[in-house]
Design a protein around this ligand. Structure first.
Ligand code: 13P
Length: 266
């Protein structure tokens, strides 16, 4: 089977959900449900407390670990924070950065996200950088302006070689946890805009290799529409990643669409 230029990726952002024992239970069931899936990269982003021990359970499986946030110093007097080195040792391959909930509830801005992105890449952890407009921005016709500001700010000063490593998640804030997903057309429009902007940071060949995810009320019954889009390479899933049944249906639907994409002439 031919491979896609950008390997598909689906990440479950559990947010502040699941204790360690609940997390283990989930992962043991998910492993069984998706044993056949080897052409989609599957990532679970549990709370920090579950990372280390889940890594033991996931060893040798087709499911990888990500964190939901981190600080940018290696160590030091930053009470309550977690460093890239700690995440690396806990087995994280990915870290979500700049999620809208971090921006809204904890005041994170692009300059901080940028420092975190650089620290993650220095440590060999792939950042999944979240960007997206609020409802008022969309209604005011400012979606592109907002997305551009967040993207440019998050990637400032990154060499093209490093820039190529990042994953960008387009998550319109009005679609998160609301059940009101963007249409596949809307998501593709913004994703294509993002890919064009990435040429400035990474050059045109590298920009073609950067994976773009859609996030915001992704469910088993709407995922296929997103994955069919030429610039969407996967999904960042919140609520529907908390149930094995839903998350595995999403993963299998992505696998199916990826197989279709592979058959199409590029
Ligand atoms: P929902 O899938 O619950 O809308 O959350 C999306 C999200 O915030 C993923 O990071």
């Amino acid at each position: 089977m031919p491979q896609l230029l950008r390997p598909p990726l689906v990440a479950g952002n559990w947010k502040m959900n699941k204790t360690v024992s609940q997390a283990h239970n989930f992962v043991n069931n998910l492993k069984e449900a998706v044993t056949e899936v080897n052409d989609v990269e599957i990532v679970i982003c549990p709370p920090y407390t579950a990372l280390f021990s889940l890594n033991q359970v996931l060893k040798g499986s087709n499911i990888f670990l990500g964190a939901q946030n981190m600080y940018y110093y290696e160590k030091g007097a930053f009470t309550g924070e977690i460093s890239p080195l700690m995440l690396q040792e806990a087995g994280c391959r990915y870290v979500i950065l700049g999620h809208s909930e971090r921006r809204i509830y904890f005041g994170e801005e692009d300059t901080l996200v940028n420092l975190k992105v650089k620290a993650a890449l220095r440590t060999g952890i792939t950042p999944i950088i979240c960007i997206g407009e609020q409802l008022a921005d969309r209604e005011a016709g400012k979606t592109e302006e907002v997305v551009q500001k967040q993207l440019v700010g998050s990637l400032a000063g990154l060499e093209p070689e490093l820039c190529q490593m990042v994953v960008i998640a387009y998550e319109p804030v009005w679609a998160i946890g609301t059940g009101q997903n963007a249409t596949a057309f809307e998501a593709q429009e913004v994703s294509n805009f993002i890919r064009k902007l990435l040429v400035n940071n990474a050059g045109s060949n590298r920009a073609k290799k950067i994976r773009l995810l859609y996030g915001g009320s992704v469910k088993p019954d709407n995922i296929a529409g997103f994955i069919k889009q030429p610039d969407i390479d996967g999904a960042l899933v919140g609520g529907a990643s908390l149930e094995v049944a839903d998350f595995s249906l999403i993963i299998k639907a992505i696998k199916k669409e990826v197989e279709n994409k592979c058959q199409q002439p590029s």
